[in-house]
Write a protein that binds this ligand. Sequence first.
Ligand SMILES: C[S@@+](CC[C@H](N)C(=O)[O-])C[C@H]1O[C@@H](n2cnc3c(N)ncnc32)[C@H](O)[C@@H]1O
Length: 237
Amino acid sequence: MSETGIFYGVGVGPGDSELLTLKAFRILNAVDVIFHVVGPNSPRSVSGAIVESHDFPAERIPLTFSMLRGGAERDEQVRRNANTVAKALSAGRDCAFATIGDPMVYSTYIYISRELKRIIPELRIDTVPGITSFQAAAAAANFPLVEDKEILRVVPASSSDMPREGAEGCETTVFLKTFKTKNALLDEFADVERELLYATHVGLDDEAFSSDPDEIRSMDDEYLSLLIVRPSSKGLR
Ligand SMILES: C[S@@+](CC[C@H](N)C(=O)[O-])C[C@H]1O[C@@H](n2cnc3c(N)ncnc32)[C@H](O)[C@@H]1O
């Protein structure tokens, strides 16, 4: 029987194919198989496109995930996809799971890794960090995230029952998954003196940024979107 392959979780950054670390590049160049996520809610696979833009020799296998589904349906997707990865690993193939941004930040990689560990307890898992979407957005817009003693928090804003309380005591809040919730969030901060950065498709050809609430409201809802709210600052500009 062949020795089990190594499972690598590789953060490929949020969109710009140059925002890949040297380590991520080396590992994606060396593995036998690269898995990436495709989903019905995101018509394009950003991780797949980043992988495609480099000339890696590995076989590419897409895994379908619908991240807006929760509970039993999501568990079933995770099991099905983990079984696909487990087969390749058990055949002795080193596998990478390419994930947008960082693998440890709201990534399907976390669920897949847990399930794989259940299927193959002795599995070696190596995680390679990536640049998160909000780091890339802040950098692209010269928008400081936190300075001096300020605090940063990250909130998944995919539903209206997201935790919002405490925003006053927390200098900067990054809202991810703002698909369909951006306007409710803007209402939340309408009366407070805040600086905003709304960003969509960061690092991709059609990336867009706005700090103007009216303009943000008029923009289309996008799955790949985020909103950063912070106290008014001197900025960098
Ligand atoms: C499942 S989470 C993945 C987060 C990712 N692991 C990270 O480190 O940024 C998906 C959310 O990340 C944000 N996101 C990821 N890539 C993005 C991009 N290129 N532009 C804007 N937002 C992005 C969006 O808020 C999206 O709904």
